[in-house]
Design a protein around this ligand. Sequence first.
Ligand code: NAP
Ligand code: SF4
Length: 677
Amino acid sequence: MAAAQYPHLLAPLDLGRTTLRNRVLMGSMHTRIDTQDEPVRRMAAFYAERAKGGVALIVTGGCSPNQEGLIEPGAPVLETEEQALHEHRPVTDAVHEAGGKIALQLLHAGRNGKIDTLVAPSDIRSPINPRTPRALSTEEVEQTVEDFVRCALLAEKAGYDGVEVMGSEGYLVNQFVAERTNDRTDQWGGSAENRRRFSVEIVRRIRERAGPAFIIVYRISAIDLAEGGSPFEEISALAQAVQDAGADILNTGIGWHESVVPTIAYPVPRAAFRFAIARLKKSVRMPVVASNRINTPELAEEILASGDADMVSMARPLLADPHFVNKAAEGLPQTINTCIACNQACLDFAFAEKATTCLVNPKAGREIEFPVGRAKKTLKVAVIGAGPAGLAAATEAAKRGHSVTLFEAAAVLGGQLNLAIEVPGKLEFKETLRYFGEQLKRLGVDVRLNTRATTKGLAEEKFDEVVVATGITPRQLHFPGIDHPKVATYIDVLTGKVEAGHQVAIIGTGGIGFDVAELLTSPHPASHRETPEEFFEDWGVDTTPESSTGLKEMNTKQPGRRVTLLQRSPTRPGERLGLSTGWIHRNRLRRRNVRMLSGCSYDRVDDAGLHITVNGLPSVLPVDTVVICAGQEVNRTLADDLIAAGLKVHVIGGAHVASELDALRAIDEGTRLACSL
Ligand code: NAP
Ligand code: SF4
């Protein structure tokens, strides 16, 4: 039985002033859902769905206590009673009706804001923001503390169960704490005690003026991973000081946004940074929350059982599956739609100033757009192709009550997802395959593997609707020597059919070109799950408490292979990679001495290697292997035949448009199409 499976995860937490129903806190996310039409209705539906799904305490996306703290123009701010009642009350009511608790995150962006009137403790510019902040005067610091308190009291009026003071990731509160960003000489700077005064005063005054049941969460940076960051002894002293000032829960953040070490994307091993949280827990009596790359109930349970933390924070995993906690409680962890830490539809969307959603769950943040429940009429639906588009379409159509048959020519489900798994660090995609496989089984979809659907067969079975998700084929290139034995496709290399030589040229610098370069220069096979220790060695993370930065030299050990990535365009290679992950790839490949060439034309391949011309200058790369990663073309022969035969056909995914097809678009199209049937 489930509670026995996850006894620590599902145990209530008595905070004294109130009790939380289990140990899962939904971490704050900058979703930008509020930038769409009907923002209040959307936010209420988004958070209520997660409350229904069993999470104990939701922390909202950041809300600024004043205009100077906005993270971007138009970002959420809470300054008036009218805002509390009209913009927030419907959200807290919806969460409470669904049985949950919700805290408002108080986020002042300080020097990280994308606004022109930036303020900070000192006029020191962030390396990731072109704007230089203005240093707050002593009186203004005092006023800012009061703004935090006013915002917390308004949150209480709006029905929130508490607030989270955002003191990590290098935002304003954290900027006061660290010497890196605070060179003030008044009582708000200088000694460590003065630098933590801002945090302590905010917590102390909220505690004094809010009601006795009001929860105060303080989110601390457990390790800064930045030069001039706080040493552990200062972090520990800060934790104790906010505890003494009246905080109830210590949530944790890892690294500043400007840190050069990845902290949440898929290359980070699961729960890699728990060491920083475990040592902090020893400093305080209040419950401590572990965060970053915790995405399964097994791992959460193990962290809690080990005593490293008292709660776990999951943010993206609850975008991916709002019912994560209930599924764990029901003993059905295999039915959880697991966050794969790709960042493609959450962080990357937010960075691109779009409302976030989730690659594996396109309904996230768009709850009000999708129909709920079964379709009025049950249809007989054929889905052809079990890649991400077909899997999503078949699953969703079956959920809608249709009778679904899924045809797949290969022996296994997954299509291109099976290739992604072959890339180092992308084993998380296995979870997506497990999820869909489980759904198909539970929903009774008739899965026909090793079966190539034919027009005649489909017509004979009299399907009402046929969904063609036959995917893509790799683009064939045409230049002299393209059939030379040195030339291989990315599929050949990723599946191990071809073993690349010591000198390799990769034609194409899209996501797949970079993935192949990662594989060919990795010290590990794709099936290897990097350990935290290996990750720390590679990225230069110093885990000793004496380190004030958490940083040391990154690994620059050269791989046994020399790889060159080439593209025709004059732009910077990898420019179109995800904003939150592209820099990770570029950094790692640079350290592995991978050469990147733009503006190439490909002349020929022969025994001497790959002949190219760059800026009018011909040269030859003396390579053993040339891997073609030049994008894809549509695969819609079957679709055209079916349409000609008069069947009711819907073409989705790569079979519809091959250009820039990825799992994000494939799953989105599959889900939406099924919802329209
Ligand atoms: P892609 O991103 O479209 O890149 C194709 C590459 O091939 C480009 O560098 C392009 O550069 C080159 N190319 C295109 N036509 C060519 C031609 N006729 N001759 C020579 N070179 C040509 O495609 P992909 O790398 O196959 O990726 C497919 C999709 O999967 C993309 O949407 C990608 O974002 C996604 N994906 C994402 C990730 C991730 O980690 N997020 C990983 C893998 C794949 P030039 O035109 O400049 O030569
Ligand atoms: Fe997780 Fe990717 Fe979904 Fe973001 S988009 S929540 S990282 S699965």
